[in-house]
Design a protein. Structure first.
Lengths: 260, 159
């Protein structure tokens, strides 16, 4: 009869999605609001920014560098047929600033920092550290969750700006010295086609949204994990999968909203 | 890790982010393009601006001396009205001409200024009257094909 369980299971899950989403939203807002709680610690916030931001830097820089170089190669291959290699700078810069920078930063961040965040919070739950805090009248949302959420929200746009810059530099290194595109044209075309508010800032705005979503999903999956060893593992997997898919879906909506 | 060291690292991280944003703004987004803010405004009417855009360059002999700030339309004459900003140290005589050219075959379009020889200079807000609009490649090819066809029919008629 296991097969027939599938049908009521689907209905039950669908119905549960709506109150879960509400509970997750309440969790997000009350955690963010807890920045004003007296148990919110700036030292914790800095510690988390260090863990999420500074320790992700090398990963981001290496990923950005190679992404930029590949963009340079592939863009050149496509453009050289039309004799339009002068547009290579524009192609590399716009692809990175608008799409690849924010999305890849968010995906890497979900894997590098989001998974660790989920594992940390869910194992705190499994070892009843969160309950212990409540016993001591310390709100775990203020002490544990809020610094991590704010750290993610602050770190992702900064990582994205660094990703964009390093990626464009990587694209430049392949285009100009290796493939022989004229350096002056590369920068001039880029500058005449990239706008500060329309491309750079909206890209960073995207990164900010992704930062909120990735840390939110990671913290929520950790906070609602079943308090067992298996639950911690499941929550960590689900956190990365859900965050990555949400980033990709949200990217489509944000692109349609911001760049149309 | 010690709290002091963490503060240092986070500070460096935030500074790196701000530096990246500034470099992006200046080197990639060309915020310094607003360097023409202190320039003066000139107008020019064209019958066809082609694919000229705001922020297209204005050049004399290939040297950029300003940029297009606005492209409008005169509803009475049906001419395109281009507003541009010119560097303040460039003074142009009143019989100056303006044409729209293309960089290379498919490149972006720009306004080329041909300075005249009159002693008086254009005042800020003045309009350049001697203009030549963008060349429409489709039209040119059409004319060429037409004239070829005409020429060959004439030569065959003479035989």
């Amino acid at each position: 009869m296991a097969f027939f369980d599938f049908i009521p299971q689907t209905g039950r899950r669908t119905l549960l999605t709506i109150p879960n989403l509400g509970a997750a939203s309440r969790f997000l807002l009350s955690s963010l609001w807890n920045i004003f709680n007296r148990h919110f610690s700036m030292q914790q916030l800095f510690r988390q920014i260090y863990g999420f931001g500074v320790r992700s830097l090398i990963l981001m820089v290496v990923a950005a560098f190679f992404t930029g170089m590949v963009l340079g190669f592939q863009g050149y291959y496509a453009l050289v047929r039309f004799g339009a290699t002068s547009a290579l700078g524009t192609l590399v810069a716009l692809s990175l600033l608008r799409e690849l920078g924010p999305v890849l930063t968010a995906l890497l961040f979900a894997g590098r920092a989001g998974s660790a965040l989920t594992a940390e919070i869910s194992s705190m739950k499994a070892t009843e550290q969160l309950s212990a805090m409540e016993m001591m009248a310390v709100n775990p949302l203020a002490w544990v969750v809020a610094p991590r959420l704010w750290a993610g929200i602050i770190a992702v746009p900064i990582l994205c700006a660094i990703f964009d810059l390093v990626g464009i530099f990587g694209g430049y290194l392949i285009s100009v010295p290796v493939l022989g595109v004229d350096g002056g044209t590369f920068w001039a075309q880029m500058q005449s086609n990239v706008t500060f508010s329309g491309d750079i800032l909206t890209g960073l705005l995207k990164a900010l949204c992704f930062g909120v979503v990735v840390t939110w999903i990671a913290a929520w999956k950790g906070y609602t994990a079943r308090p067992t060893a298996e639950g911690v593992g499941n929550a960590t997997t689900l956190s990365v999968v859900t965050a990555s898919l949400t980033v990709l879906g949200l990217d489509f909506i944000l692109t349609a909203l911001l760049f149309s | 890790m010690e709290t002091r060291a963490i503060d240092w690292w986070v500070g460096i991280f935030v500074l790196l982010g701000i530096a990246a944003l500034i470099i992006l703004a200046l080197r990639v987004g060309n915020l310094s393009g607003f360097a023409y803010d202190d320039g003066y405004v000139l107008h020019a009417n064209f019958n066809n601006v082609g694919s000229l855009k705001s922020r297209s360059p204005v050049k004399i002999g290939g040297v950029t001396i300003g940029e297009v700030t606005h492209i409008g339309m005169n509803p009475k004459t049906y001419m395109a009205r281009v507003t541009m900003r010119i560097k303040p140290d460039i003074k142009l005589p009143i019989d100056t001409g303006a044409s729209i050219y293309t960089q290379g075959l498919l490149g972006e379009q720009y306004i080329a200024i041909q300075p005249g020889g009159m002693p008086q200079n254009l005042k800020p807000g003045a309009t350049i009257t001697m203009t030549q609009g963008a060349v429409n490649i489709d039209q040119m090819i059409g004319q060429m094909v037409f004239s070829k066809a005409e020429g060959s029919s004439k030569s065959s008629g003479n035989q």
